[in-house]
Design a protein around this ligand. Sequence first.
Ligand SMILES: [Zn+2]
Length: 395
Amino acid sequence: MRRLYYADSLLTSFDATVETCTAADDGRFHVTLTETAFYPTSGGQPFDHGTLGSTEILDVIDDEATGDVVHVVGAPLTIGAMVHGEINRLRRLDHMQQHTGQHILSAAFDQLVRARTVSFHMGAESSTIDLSRELTPDDLSMAETAANQLVWRDLEVGVRYVSEAEAAGLPLRKESTRTGTLRLVEIPGFDLSACGGTHVPRTGMIGMIGITGSERFKGGTRVSFACGGRMLAAFAAMRRITQTAAKALTVGASEVPDAISRMQAQIKDQQRSIRDLQEQVTTRLAAELREAATVAANGTRLVVRAQPGWDAGAIKFLASAIVSSPGFVVVLTGDGSPVPVVAARSTDVGFDAGAWMKDATSELGGRGGGRPEFAQGGLNAGTNDILAMASRTLS
Ligand SMILES: [Zn+2]
C-alpha cells in the first residue's frame, strides 16, 4: 500500500480502491486501501481527521505487523470499490507546523546547548520535547532565537530515502530504530533526521516557534512549545491574561509585575498593622474582663464567656492576656464547628486546665487537652452548654 503523504504532505484529497474491510469487536470497521494520504498515529504525531466516502475517519492506525495503514470508520465500505478520501486540511497543517518546528527546535538544542532530544509528544493543545539535561532560561531563549531565524530563512525541507548501511555513514541527529529503507527529512546545512512524519515543504510555513514553558523532568528538561497557528493562539491567550491583569491593577501591561510587588508589600504592611491593632484591642478587652470577673467560692476570679466571631487563635490570645495577671481562671469559646474552647489559669492558681478540658470532652463530646496552666479543644456542644458546664464546675 502506497503512503501518499510520504511524497506530498500537502495532498489532502485522493481516490483509492478498498482492499479490505473487516468488522471489529467494538462495532467499528477497519479498512485498508491501495493507497492513502491519511497519516496514522506514529512518531509522536497524531492521526489525520477527515472522511472516507461518506463516513468519518475515527482513527488511523499504523499496523507494523502488516505494514498497512488501517482506517477505522463507523460504517462498512465495499471491497473493490473506489472511495474518495478527504483530509482535514487545517489539522494536517497544524501537525506539519508542530512537527517540522520540533525538528528545528531539537536541532537547535542539540547544536547550541548540547541537549539531546529523548522524546517528542504532540498533544491536542501543547507539544513537548524531553531533553537530556537541565537547561537555564538563557539556554532556552538562545535555542528559541536560533530556531526562529532558521524558520525565517525559508529553507526547503527535503525528503530522501537511503538504505540502513548508507544511513550509518550519515550525521543523523537521532538514530532510527527502523530497518530497511529509511526516510530522511533534511533541512539543508542544519538537520538530518530519520522520520516518517508529514512536514512543511519550506520552513517559512511554520511561521514562528515559541517556547511556552519548561520544567525539570527525569534529570533533564521538558520543554513545551507552540508553532504557527498554535503560537498565535498562545499569544492571544497571553494577551487576554495580561490585559485582564493590567486592567484590574489599573496600570500598563509592562507595569504589571511591579504593581504586584508593590501590592504584596502593602498587604504585608497591612497584615502587620492588623496584628498590632488586634493585640491592642485584646489587651484592652482582657483588662475589662478582669475587672468584670466573678469570684468563685475559693476566691479565684473567673472569666467564663463566649466570643462570637472569634476563631481558636484569637480566643487563645485573649485567654493568655487575661491570665497574665495573678488570680484568674478563664474559659472562652469562639465560633466554629466543633466549637473552639480554651481553658487557662494564672500561674498562682491551683487549677488543672488540662484535666478540666478532658472532663469537658467526656461530658460534652469532642477533642481536647493540654497542660495544667493552658488547654484547648473543640467541643461538640452548643456554646451555652459549654459555658454552663464551665460555670457549674468552676464556681
Ligand atoms: Zn520527525
